[in-house]
Design a protein around this ligand. Sequence first.
Ligand code: AMP
Length: 115
Amino acid sequence: MTETLFTKIINRELPSDVVYEDEHCIAIKDIAPKAPTHLLVIPKKAIPRLVDASDEDKALLGHVMLAVGEIARQAGVEDAFRVIVNNGADVGQTVFHLHLHILAGKTFSEAQLGF
Ligand code: AMP
């Protein structure tokens, strides 16, 4: 599998601001934050898009969702944060290695699905 930008970050071949790491995922600060708190939770397995995940990734996806809660708690935003997954270039996915955005610290209108 081709190394993605995030694989390089996971392998410390590129610098990043790591806020959380466990056996299966890592969380870093987004380099171009769209909110006062903008973190990326990245499974270490390089699944290109959410739609590319399969049955064998069930436990991993559950693990990542639980990690999101822990990371939000550690960041002190557990009472108000938004999680976004962009699936496909047409909705703004630019890095084809599955990741969840955690956004917090600003008010999101109900209609505003993006960031
Ligand atoms: P997406 O558009 O959903 O694929 O999200 C990719 C995100 O990765 C964007 O919000 C970028 O700002 C962020 N990003 C790109 N390069 C880096 C990097 N080197 N370190 C941290 N975040 C990055």
